[in-house]
Ligand binder design. Structure first.
Ligand code: FES
Ligand SMILES: [Fe+2]
Length: 449
């Protein structure tokens, strides 16, 4: 008998979509691997010239995460997002629509907006006080006569494409960009069963890290390192039968939690599964389950069912009803890698976002992490999240601490003169796919290559 036998009838429950058989194995063998490791030049992570190419051809042409809908929920809310060398201001106008502009004053080029602002009726440059309405139209120029025949229509704020997906706001500096819904490929449909619109951002943390942004992005694009730096997870995650799927530019990994890794053999004590889950993400099971002894597993059920029931009970105490979700639905992580720099981690009860951004030099970067909680109903009020700036030494929790520790040691290794290539396996196919898309975006790959 398997866990599947204990699921409530399908008509009452929601679970993750089933995968076609062709992609139901860990070792998606993309034909571009051609039976040999895929190699990436190490200079891609260290070279100022490569970073310059990214600044010219990547960042101004892609949809990228800017802020959450919670940052700009009400008319007059504005959020300045720094995206490497680029800067945009996202605004909710008085018609309730999202607007975004390049964050530059049309007078002499000062940065127009800083930080997170609320209750604005206009965007006004602090330097000489030129002002625009929330749709980017110039409406005031102090001592205007001195400029002679000044045409306000030609001095509107420079628009940036903006749209949202679930609780996430994206911007694109390319005026010819495809719509966001098209850019996201199959991700909105694949995640629809979770109801991302019901999540609200609780907090964000921005951390400067001493490594190239791609080191950050790569680290959240494979589960191969779980047996390396996250061994405490092995008793409560099947890192081997974790199917991966690649669309074109984006990809996903589906990871079952509450079951042990096959790397630990066949006879893993349910107590070890419970203890591992508690250590890794115990907050999901709520207060009252702090001790590591497992609750009794009812006849005919599994420890995975018990964990899922605890999560449902914890959410119910906050007014969130998850009864419609299956055990697999509650305990499967869908980890979406959005090209080029965002990783969206989706559980039925919790969503996290991890964003990698370039720093001022090729060997510096930034990690932005956002935590989202499910609300009792879709109409729940949106409030501004808590935005923190945290050093890499901060406590991010057991798992993320290990991920951040690697961000501190990778760049020196990548910079050694004898290290010429990164060597990637089929298990790391999402990183391979990322690099293929990066090459395409930078014009380094022949069309169709
Ligand atoms: S630079 Fe903005 S008003 Fe002068
Ligand atoms: Fe990790």
């Amino acid at each position: 008998m398997t866990d599947l036998d204990h699921r409530p009838p399908a008509s009452r429950t929601v679970g993750p979509p089933l995968l076609p058989d062709s992609i139901g194995a860990v070792a998606v063998q993309p034909d571009f691997l051609a039976g040999a490791p895929y190699k990436v030049p190490a200079t891609r992570y260290t070279s100022p010239e490569f970073a310059r190419l990214e600044n010219e051809r990547l960042w101004p042409t892609v949809w990228q995460y800017a802020c959450t809908v919670d940052h700009v929920a009400a008319p007059g809310d504005a959020f300045e997002c720094r995206l490497g060398m680029l800067s945009a201001v996202v605004v909710r106008d008085h018609d309730g629509r999202l607007q975004a502009f390049q964050n530059v004053c049309r007078h002499r080029g000062n940065t127009l907006c800083a930080g997170h602002q609320r209750g604005l009726s206009e965007l006004r440059c602090p330097y000489h006080r030129w002002a625009w309405d929330l749709q980017g139209r110039l409406h005031e120029v102090p001592s205007r006569r001195g400029f002679g025949a000044l045409d306000p229509a030609g001095l509107g704020l420079v628009p940036v494409a903006v749209d949202s997906f679930g609780p996430l706001v994206f911007v694109n500096f390319d005026p010819g960009a495809p719509p966001l819904a098209e850019w996201l490929e199959g991700i909105p449909a694949d995640s629809e069963w979770v109801g991302l619109d019901q999540f609200r951002c609780v907090a964000t943390a921005t951390t400067a890290v001493p490594c190239n942004w791609k080191v950050v992005a790569d680290g959240f694009s494979e589960t191969y390192h779980i047996q390396g730096i996250h061994q405490e997870m092995l008793a409560s995650i099947d890192d081997v039968h974790a199917p991966q799927r690649i669309w074109d530019r984006h990809s996903v990994s589906y990871q079952p939690y509450g079951v042990p890794s096959p790397r630990l053999g066949r006879d893993v004590d349910p107590q070890a599964v419970w203890a591992s889950f508690r250590a890794v993400m115990g907050e999901r099971t709520g207060p009252g389950s702090e001790d590591h002894s497992p609750p009794p597993v009812p006849e005919g059920a599994t420890v995975q069912d018990v964990i899922a029931d605890r999560i449902k009970a914890a959410q119910a105490s906050a007014g969130v009803d998850l009864e419609r979700f299956t055990t697999e639905g509650i305990l499967r992580l869908a980890q979406y890698n959005l090209f080029p720099n965002a990783t969206l981690l989706v559980w039925a009860d919790m969503v996290n976002l991890l964003v990698a951004r370039p720093g001022p030099t090729a060997d510096t970067g930034e990690l932005v992490s956002c935590v989202f909680a499910r609300m009792p109903d879709p109409g729940s009020e949106r409030r501004p999240p808590l935005d923190l700036v945290r050093p890499p030494e901060a406590d991010f929790g057991l798992v993320l601490n290990a991920d951040v520790s690697v961000l501190l040691t990778m760049q020196r290794g990548l910079s050694q003169p004898g290290f010429e290539e990164v060597v990637l396996s089929a298990e790391e196919c999402r990183i391979v796919n990322f690099h293929r898309n990066l090459e395409r975006q930078l014009g380094l790959l022949a069309e169709g290559g």
